[in-house]
Write a protein that binds this ligand. Structure first.
Ligand SMILES: [Zn+2]
Length: 187
């Protein structure tokens, strides 16, 4: 006998108990401890139709045929209508799908950003190496946007940006290149 909901059935010597796993398998399934019977939650709420009130009013007790009766009930028109009304149909799957698609989107965005950062960093290092070869100070005296002598690093970097969308994006987004950064960098 199932202690949790008290639904059991004696068939010959065998005592058949309701398996609680059914609740995990069928989200619409519910039970009345008082009536010692199973019900369908959406049909209980919105009512059965076609004369079948087993799952909505009287309650289901025949554990021997439970599996086939569950299959039959959940494919009935009245149950499907009620399930749609309650928003149960496909809700879990859709939620999972949206969730995984959302996660995938975030991952892709993150990977793209990491890749772009790596690329930009590589170009900056190239730029610094070039300055090092020429033994030139990286930073000019005046790096404001309209400066006539902005420093060799910025000049080289600006040249590298030409025709390079990824680098240009970084250049446009970083205040350090406009002389508007609130801190002094090591460039
Ligand atoms: Zn139902």
């Amino acid at each position: 006998m199932d202690i949790a909901i008290g639904i059991s059935q004696t068939a010959g010597k065998n005592n058949r108990a309701f398996n609680l796993e059914w609740f995990a398998k069928k989200k619409w399934l519910t039970a009345s401890i008082q009536k010692k019977a199973l019900f369908c939650f959406p049909c209980l709420l919105f009512g059965g139709s076609g004369g079948d009130v087993t799952w909505s009013r009287t309650g289901y007790k025949d554990l021997k045929h439970l599996s086939e009766r569950i299959t039959k009930h959940e494919s009935s028109n009245s149950h499907l209508d009620n399930a749609v009304k309650l928003g149960l149909v496909g809700r879990v799957d859709v939620a999972v799908q949206i969730d995984s698609a959302y996660r995938r989107g975030i991952d892709e965005q993150h990977n793209r950003q990491v890749e772009e950062n790596g690329y930009v960093l590589g170009r900056i290092i190239t730029c610094i190496k070039l300055c090092g070869k020429c033994e030139t100070a990286l930073r000019g005296h005046d790096e404001s946007a309209d400066s006539l002598n902005p420093g060799i690093f910025r000049c080289i970097f600006e040249t590298m940006c030409e025709g390079d969308a990824r680098l240009q994006r970084h250049y446009d987004a970083q205040p350090v290149f406009k002389g508007t950064a609130p801190y002094r960098t090591n460039y």
